[in-house]
Design a protein around this ligand. Structure first.
Ligand code: BGC
Length: 749
């Protein structure tokens, strides 16, 4: 069930407390064959032996592109190892030629870029894709992104971003997979596999970066770059699993995060970057700094000078210095001549050279790119088809009162309202790679193309996303009154989430709520489409709008896919990967919380809740409807007890009880009833997205092992404890069937 496989030990000595050895990295990249590994190491060592300290520091230096005239002497002197943001095969070839033809040691440059959810063909933002609960889809879009980006000269992406985020104020929640460590881990591994393909040496393989290590999503107040202070337990239970899963899937690099944890900026966190990452997880790739993250340790107050910051970072385990040239410019004088720092420098250079070797850059520094290959690989019909498919599968139907959706495509008239309906740039979302607004099918365009020839589509923006201008309300209201149905698109523009885009309020920005009130007051059937990069607190809208479809930012095929769902060609089947609060005051609000000694109870004042707002979410984690309905049979367990080396099978029959085909994401949660460390009220341990025809029933099975029941014990070792567990299976984290079993202690030997 989980990514970790456990080896049991010491059971005889500690019968009720099973200490579990470090999980084996089951999905790790196939190890380099011994001979090939030795050849690589010999090659790298001989190159290293010929390098000056300046050239070594150069290998650790990455500059932002495009190449400036003053960079050329640096490249010729072997004092640059990598670029980010040199885009296009022609530009890449030109820059690479300087390195491999005009430098002394002819070491190729490594080209990185933020290929987060597509390169030119932009797929749904990661939070949207996470809503698909479909790892195969996520892997497929990452693969296609890699095919496109590598053709344009990119060797290395700064993705996947796997930061667990429980605070929707934090704008970067849009870049990840939401709040859950299990879902986040499965999708982290899928993205790494997709980006890297089967073999890094393949010309379409793009080295992945698991980021931002670590716990960047724990920023206080949801304010980007802010301080993080979490216990080692919460770090290990909640934040670390997706990074670890990405590493286990073979990610070639890891990026340090901007934040500090308990007083230690990540770029100086040797425990995290070396002891945990390399010691415990056996990571043998390359660690890259975040943009100027080394120099920023002066502002953090951790280093007095940039030179000191550089020494701290190198000794902590940061190999490549992104953008600030601290290693190159501030550490040359007297640095690295002897002692442990010299060893750290050499080891960092080895890691960079090994990454280049594994990517095949020493064989072909251009990795087969050419403008012709780039053109042939860009925005192909297959890429656009996958963009449409992934967008369809990423939408979440939050509400569908009275079956307003799907709409008939032969309505006499349809009003489309909201600035976002025709906002092509916003559909790309944050971190749009090389995506272009001109490539986007807007929602309005998609709807216009999909309706019958007789349908009259009237568009009225009503109001901008931001600002207080209500002068467009009257026209929008008039359009709504004259139509048979209304599609109202509200939410955030792309720039309102992503880096440095935190919000203190979670409602609809500007006057959009007022616009919605006016349109809903017309009494027409209104379908609300949300476009946004974070959970929104929209209790009024949720109470009054008949139907709400969460679309996030769906990429270049947004409008086509939205029309596919609006008019019922496909039923929405996504589920929320993150909780929607009723108000920002409830934040952080997440499904896998602890019980407390006084769990919320409406009939008891002295329990954990609020005076002024319900304690429950507006929409819970895992929630999402379809155009059909699903009926769950009872949850059946293969046994009422299991031993630590047994497998328990949980089965549930799921039927399509409605009249349309649809997808259901069947979710499995566990709860440890009592343990030496309190456990969350529910923890996701499995899920399966299944397609069901009307009347069809399928039995969905989940296998549970001791691994799924294990946790970080009092001594911060992975353990399983005997006792009773509950298992829940259902359509969301709240609507579930329940069963119970006992985990029996191992027999004494
Ligand atoms: C972001 C990273 C990104 C890097 C390079 C930084 O500001 O935090 O996520 O990879 O820039 O663009």
């Amino acid at each position: 069930m989980t990514l970790m496989h456990l080896r049991l030990r010491s059971a005889a000595l500690v019968p009720l407390l099973l200490l579990l050895a470090a999980p084996v990295t089951a999905q790790r990249r196939a190890p380099t064959p011994a001979g090939a590994g030795a050849r690589m190491n010999a090659f790298v060592d001989s190159l290293l032996a010929r390098m000056t300290v300046q050239e070594k520091l150069g290998q650790l230096t990455q500059l932002p592109g495009p190449m400036r005239p003053e960079d050329v002497p640096l490249i010729k002197a072997g004092r640059l190892g990598s670029y980010l943001n040199v885009n296009g095969a022609a530009a890449m070839r030109e820059v690479q030629r300087v390195a491999v033809e005009q430098s002394r040691l002819k070491v190729p440059l490594l080209f990185g870029h933020d290929v987060i959810h597509g390169y030119r063909t932009v797929f749904p933002v990661p939070l949207a894709e996470a809503s698909s609960w479909d790892p195969a889809l996520v892997e497929a879009t990452a693969r296609m992104a890699a095919e496109e980006a590598t053709a344009a000269g990119i060797d290395w992406t700064f993705a996947p971003m796997v930061d667990i985020a429980r605070d929707p104020r934090w704008g970067r929640i849009v870049e990840g997979s939401g709040e859950d460590p299990y879902l986040g881990s499965v999708l982290a591994a899928a993205r790494v596999r997709g980006f890297q393909g089967r073999d890094l040496a393949d010309s379409t393989a793009m080295m992945a970066t698991v980021k931002h290590f670590g716990a960047y999503g724990g920023a206080e107040g949801g304010r980007d770059y802010n301080t993080v202070d979490v216990s080692e337990r919460t770090l290990r239970e909640t934040y670390l699993p997706p990074y670890r899963a990405g590493v286990a899937a073979g990610a070639g690099s890891v990026m340090a995060s901007f934040n500090e944890i308990a007083g230690v900026p990540s770029h100086a966190n040797r425990w995290l970057l070396t002891d945990v990452l390399r010691g415990e997880w056996h990571f043998d790739g390359m660690v890259v700094s975040d943009w100027a993250g080394i120099a920023e340790m002066v502002a953090h107050g951790r280093a007095a000078t940039e030179a000191e910051a550089g020494r701290l970072a190198l000794d902590a385990g940061v190999d490549m210095d992104m953008s600030d040239s601290v290693y190159l410019a501030k550490m040359t004088a007297g640095y690295g001549v002897s002692g442990p720092s010299r060893a750290a420098l050499d080891e960092a250079v080895r890691r960079v050279l090994r990454a280049k070797y594994r990517l095949g850059l020493f064989r072909d520094p251009y990795r087969g790119t050419s403008p012709a290959r780039e053109q042939a690989a860009t925005l192909t019909p297959a890429h656009l088809a996958l963009a449409r498919e992934s967008a369809r599968r990423s939408m979440v139907l939050l509400k569908n009162g009275g079956g307003v959706l799907p709409l008939r495509r032969d309505l006499a008239s349809l009003a489309v309202i909201g600035a976002l309906a025709d906002d092509s740039a916003s559909m790309i979302g944050p971190w749009g790679g090389m995506g272009q607004a001109a490539d986007v099918v807007t929602m309005l365009q998609g709807i216009r193309r999909a309706v019958s020839p007789q349908t009259h589509v009237v568009y009225a923006p009503g109001a901008a996303v931001l600002g207080s201008d209500t002068s467009g309300f009257a026209a929008a209201e008039q359009a709504a009154r004259g139509a048979d149905a209304v599609v109202l698109v509200v939410g955030e523009s792309a720039g309102m989430s992503g880096e440095a885009s935190s919000r203190a309020e979670l409602g609809l920005p500007g006057v959009q709520q007022q616009l919605a009130d006016r349109i809903l007051a017309t009494g027409k059937p209104v379908v609300v489409l949300l476009a946004n990069g974070r959970p929104l607190a929209i209790p009024e809208l949720a109470a009054t709008a008949p139907a709400i479809l969460e679309t996030w930012f769906l990429g270049v095929q947004a409008g086509t896919a939205v029309a596919d769902v609006l008019f019922g060609d496909v039923a929405p089947g996504g589920k929320l990967p993150v909780t929607f609060p009723r108000t920002v005051g409830q934040v952080p609000l997440y499904y896998n919380h602890k019980s407390t000694g006084r769990p919320a109870d409406a009939s008891n004042h002295y329990t954990s809740k609020y005076l002024d707002v319900d304690w429950t979410p507006l929409f819970p984690f895992g929630h999402g409807l379809s155009y059909t309905t699903f009926a769950y049979g009872p949850l059946r367990l293969s046994a009422t007890s299991m031993g630590v080396s047994d497998t328990l099978v949980a089965r549930v029959d799921v039927s399509n009880s409605g009249s349309r085909a649809g997808d259901e994401v069947v979710q499995l949660y566990i709860q440890d009833e009592d343990a030496s460390i309190t456990r969350p009220v529910k923890e996701l341990r499995g899920f399966s997205r299944i397609a069901l025809a009307p009347g069809q029933t399928r039995t969905v099975s989940f296998r549970l092992t001791a691994d799924d029941l294990s946790f970080w014990g009092p001594a911060m070792k992975r353990i399983v404890e005997p006792g009773f567990f509950r298992v829940y299976a259902g359509t969301s984290s709240e609507q579930v069937q329940e069963a119970r079993f006992e985990l029996k202690a191992a027999p004494r030997h």
